[in-house]
Design a protein. Structure first.
Length: 344
């Protein structure tokens, strides 16, 4: 396997403003392209492990957001790393050969099934919590459509999994008793949301297969995007799972086929937009950003000012919940006053 591609990628990374080198030239730190934290120009927290002396796969991990995975051309694009056709071809070849050595490495989204949970006191509590918090009426049959995991043990059983990586049996029991799960777009990440107040973490994210090259671990309400559709498409993006479910049911009322819904779950919104563009969408997008109270319009516009996505963005509309004392949309409809402002 030709490993000279590693040295060429390292040289490209060194030209970035925030580049720093650690661990004798194996760890390379740059600014993360995926999280929306407004870091200063000289601060990088996106760690890329590239050992130029061996044939190990190149991997990355953000120290602040959930981004992690294998270095691919999409990752280089997201980092705005300059590369030529030779580097592109060699990286594809390197990852293809590396996959043969590592049988677990794959770019194919796993098939995961959401169990139609058997009714139990615990499952009833979780579904009741969601419905009361958002004032909606989800039934057990809606759980599959919304990719909600009410019982982690049933999820493991139906998908023939014996465990979750790096999760002890004791902690798995704790998660099941105190958290409700949401399965990501790529079926490879469960975002657990605390519903009891027991424990010191509101969210826990668990990657099912760390060798998956597809890192789209944001959450989406399942939909089918027709690539031949040539009218405007409205993309609704919020930060949390409860936010986007509430927006779907309480704000837009899910009454239009050209509306699509995403929760970033710690990623920057631009990650979702690049995913949509890479799927082959060829029509103008109207982006609806449902902002938390700690972000200004200026923050959002600065973050979305990327020449690679600008041709696809017809309009950007920023929404804020103007109901007193509420900072987001993860609440019931009577606590939502949807204020919106078109910034593009």
């Amino acid at each position: 396997m030709d490993i000279t591609i590693k040295r060429r990628i390292i040289e490209s990374l060194k030209r970035m403003d925030t580049y720093k080198e650690y661990s004798g030239g194996i760890q390379h730190l740059v600014k993360c392209p995926y999280c929306e934290r407004m870091s200063s120009k000289d601060h990088g927290h996106f760690s890329i492990k590239i050992d130029p002396e061996d044939e190990s796969i190149m991997v990355y991990n953000c120290l602040k957001c959930p981004a992690s995975g294998i270095v691919t051309l999409d990752v280089l694009d997201d980092l705005n790393v300059q590369y030529d056709n030779t580097i592109a071809d060699d990286l594809k070849s390197f990852n293809k050969k590396a996959a043969k050595f590592n049988k677990n490495m794959t770019s194919k989204e796993p098939k995961m099934f959401i169990p139609n949970s058997n009714r139990s006191k615990l499952s009833d509590m979780k579904l009741d919590y969601i419905n009361k918090r958002l004032n909606i009426g989800l039934q057990y049959e809606d759980v599959i459509k919304h990719k909600i995991i009410l019982d982690i043990y049933e999820f493991l059983k139906i998908n023939e999994l014996t465990e979750l990586p790096n999760i002890s049996f004791k902690y798995l029991y704790f998660l099941n008793m105190n958290y409700v799960g949401f399965l990501s777009k790529n079926n490879n990440c469960i975002t657990f949301r605390n519903f009891t107040g027991i424990g010191n973490k509101r969210y826990v994210k668990v990657i099912i297969n760390k060798n998956l090259m597809n890192s789209n671990t944001f959450y989406t309400l399942p939909s089918s995007i027709d690539l031949l559709y040539n009218d405007n498409i409205d993309i609704h993006i919020a930060e949390g799972t409860f936010d986007i479910i509430s927006i779907y049911h309480n704000v837009t009322h899910c009454n239009d086929v050209n509306n699509f819904y995403f929760a970033s779950c710690g990623f920057g919104y631009i990650t979702i937009l690049k995913y949509l563009i890479r799927t082959g969408l060829n029509t103008g997008l109207t982006i609806h950003i449902y902002s938390d109270g700690d972000k200004t319009d200026k923050n959002h516009l600065a973050y979305l000012s990327d020449r690679k996505i600008d041709p696809w963005l017809d309009h950007i509309i920023i929404h804020r919940n103007q109901y007193e004392a509420e900072k987001d949309y993860g609440v019931s409809n009577e606590k939502i006053i949807d204020g919106k402002y078109r910034v593009k």
